[in-house]
Structure formats: C-alpha cells, structure tokens
Design a protein around this ligand. Sequence first.
Ligand SMILES: *[C@@H]1O[C@H](CO)[C@@H](O)[C@H](O)[C@H]1NC(C)=O
Ligand SMILES: *[C@@H]1O[C@H](CO)[C@@H](O)[C@H](O)[C@H]1NC(C)=O
Length: 480
Amino acid sequence: MGIAIMEKKQHSHSTFLFLLVFLTITRAQSHVPAVGDPGMKRDGLRVGFEGWNFCNEVGQEAPLMGSPRAADCFDLSVDCSKNLFLFSSLVIPDSGKLIHKVTEADNKLGVGQPFDGVGPQDINNTDIYAAKKELYLGSLCEVKDTPNPWQFWMIMLKNGNYDTMSGLCPQNGKKVPPFDSPGRFPCFGKGCMNQPILCHQQTQIKEGTMSGGFSGSYDLGFDCDDDGYDGLSYYEVIWEKKVSVGSWVFKHKLKTSKKYPWLMLYLRADATKGFSGGYHYDTRGMLKILPESPNFKVRFTLDIKLGGGAKSQFYLLDIGSCWKNNGTPCDGDVLSDVTRYSEMIINPETPAWCSPTGQRNCPPYHITPEDRKIYRNDTDNFPYSAYHYYCAPGNAKHLEHEVDTCDPYSNPQAQEIVQLLPHPIWGEYGYPTKKGDGWVGDARTWELEVGALSSRLYFYQVSKKKIKTQMQLFSCEIDN
Ligand SMILES: *[C@@H]1O[C@H](CO)[C@@H](O)[C@H](O)[C@H]1NC(C)=O
Ligand SMILES: *[C@@H]1O[C@H](CO)[C@@H](O)[C@H](O)[C@H]1NC(C)=O
C-alpha cells in the first residue's frame, strides 16, 4: 500500500474531499473480476479501518481507542412480508435489516486483551497485536467466493509525524537507535506519532438507504459527540447506498492541523493474503485474485469536490507491490524485501521535479507502448513532464544511474517510488493526459489499463531475468 514519503508537507488546514463509486478490477483478457464485489453493488458491505504511524506500525495505542484496527461488515436481510408482490413481479424492497458481523467490543479490542488468534507471546506487543486483530476482523467479515474468499475494503489512515528520538522506525528495515534530526520531519515533540481518535457510525438503514462511517482526529482532545473541530485535524469516510440500487459511494474528507501537518487517507483493495506493499505482516482485503501485470484494468468513478492546496498530493491510483531486488517475492524479511509504489498525482499544482536539468529526479529511462527505451539524457525525446519524481530502493547495491534513494524510515522495509503526472503519453492506458484531468469540476469514470502501464515502468532489479511483477494492491491516496 502506497506511502510515498519524500516531501515535507507543512501545509496546515488543507482539506480533501472525494467520492468514489464502483471500483472494479478485472483481468483484462478474460474479464474475470479480481476483486470481491466488483462494481461495489452488493448490499452487504465489508469495510475495514487501520491506523499507521510513520513507519506503518502502531507504536502506541491512543487512549481508550483499542488497537487501531476496526471493521463495519454486515449483510442485508430483506423482510419479505413488508414488500409487495404484484402479479408475481417483485417490487424492489425498500426495507430490511442489517445483520452486523463485528461488534463494538471487537472494534475496541486493545493490546493485552485476548481474542481468537492472538497468542500470549504477541498479546502485549502493540504492533503484532494490530496485525493479528486485522486477521481476526477479517475472519468475521469473510465472504466465501471462488477461487478465494475475500474480507473488506480497507480505509487506511497514516500520521506523517516522525519523532526521530522515539527509536520507533527502522532504516531500510534495519533497527537504528534514536537520532536527533531537528526539522527534517514534522513532529511537535514527544507523542507526535500517536494513533487517532476513531469514531464509528455503524451502518444503519433508513428509508431504504444504508449508510455508515468512520471519522475522527489525531488531536487527542477531539470529542466524537462534538461536531466543532475548528483547528483540529479531521478525517471522515462515509459510505452510502440505496438498497438494491446502484453502487456504494464512499465520501472522504481529510484535514490537517498545526500539530498534524502531514496526513494520509486511502481507500484500498488489498490482497486477501500475503505481504502487501508497505506491510510486513499477512493482510486481508478485497483482491481474491492477485492482479498481475500486464493483464488487468481498474474501473472507478471519482468526483473531487475540494483540493488541498499546492503542497498536497492526490493519487488517482496508487499501486503497491513487494519484491526483492533479485526478483524473488517478498517473504517478510525486512532487510531484503522492497516495497514498490507507482502512483499518478492529479493535483494540477504538483510540478514535475523530473526535468532536463533535474534528471536525477527521473527514472533512468522511459518505456514507450512499443517497448522502446528512451534514456533520460535523451533531452529531445524523454517525456520529463510525465514524471514528478523517482527514487530508488535504499538497499540497492548496483545503481547504474545517479538517483535519489527513497526515504529509509517511512516503511518497514526499503522502498522504491515512481510518481507520474498527467501527460499525453499515458493516454494509451486510459490515464489523464493533461493537468486538471479528473480534478475538481471534472468528475469522471476511469477505466485504467493499470497492468499494461505498470509493466512499462522502470523498477530497479539486479538480475536481468524477466520478473513477473505482481501488483498486490491499489490505493487512492489523499496525502496532505
Ligand atoms: C502482558 O502484560 C500483562 C499486564 O502487564 C501481564 O500481566 C502479562 O504477564 C503479560 N504477558 C506476557 C506473555 O508477557
Ligand atoms: C545516455 O545514457 C545512456 C545510459 O546510461 C548511456 O549509455 C549513453 O551513453 C548516454 N548518452 C549521452 C549522450 O550521454
């Protein structure tokens, strides 16, 4: 899952709002849905929540919030006696009952409290406890399907504050002692890496419409019953659907504050098992088939209502995956696993750092749809403005080109990031071709050839052997 950490975002009070409707991921050739609930049409919804600190762990739980993993999963049971049958044609039901799978007691489970699947050796470890709680919630939400069951969409919230004196984050997977680095990362002082206050409106049904949500703040004084949140950070995800009609709509809102200037909120479709990018534990998700480049595409509708200003990024789609520099799949060894991210930033205020004079910020070469390589020193032909930034894994030993290495602290393992900007060359894959495409006032349904595009992006690898790149998950990111 994509956490691109390379800019310091000191921008206060920026807000993002977006709506996402019917996400479908299909394997292009066979049109087999890879995602559970393609089109988000199923009345019974599955939503998970997770909070991450700067290096994708928990660190410390927020007071009274339990471990930052939660879920809202339910099935709809239609009460037939209340519906009309006219000449044996069924009138669409407008009522029913939601049968919830997860209780508030489950959601509040916190370190030290037992549940099915957490052993005594892990029960006091906040990081491992959260990973196990995700598996437990997944087991409550799981929907049987072929060829694999699936569990939930994942709402992921990340606090970009990093207290370098906390000793909490490894450096490219290696444990490092606390270090002093004033001003390099946002942090107001001790405790700045806290987990959020989580308020849950369990999904309800009213007059034929189901809706529910997660919301809250990183500011620990936040009160769920109080709707005044001036000056405090705020996040909100609301889901809504009419019974038997259309698709689920997800409405996201994110606001930073002085103390929390860098926040991220994603809606993710993760692999239903295995090591997702950015995470060294087994995860649960929606991808019952792991989409594999180049044969998959993603369809969704996006309507951005309000941007977050020049220093924020908005990812139309973020793909995260994990493989080692020798091409073998990740196995949880954080010293050799490498998380790979590729994302297109559609905030039109985001400039291309890659340029003829800033070649260091570009990938070594661009690959055309005809599979031709254009080196970045080919100033007549390289599409500089199609790339915002590239950085190489911090554990790469044979870099042939002068490039930045990615931030070593913000993921549990080394990471590699390729950031794209709208450009005519991406039109071939259904991606935005010019600044402003898909932005505020330009709501669209996208059908992205994600697999084809991702198979033509440069990623670092040592061996020349052809690697089957597995793209493990997607994220729409709000990164303030
Ligand atoms: C976990 O912490 C509790 C409370 O401090 C303690 O009683 C218990 O022995 C600990 N369990 C393990 C396995 O360390
Ligand atoms: C451009 O870069 C490629 C690959 O690094 C190198 O082989 C080539 O000599 C370079 N060309 C120029 C004109 O510097």
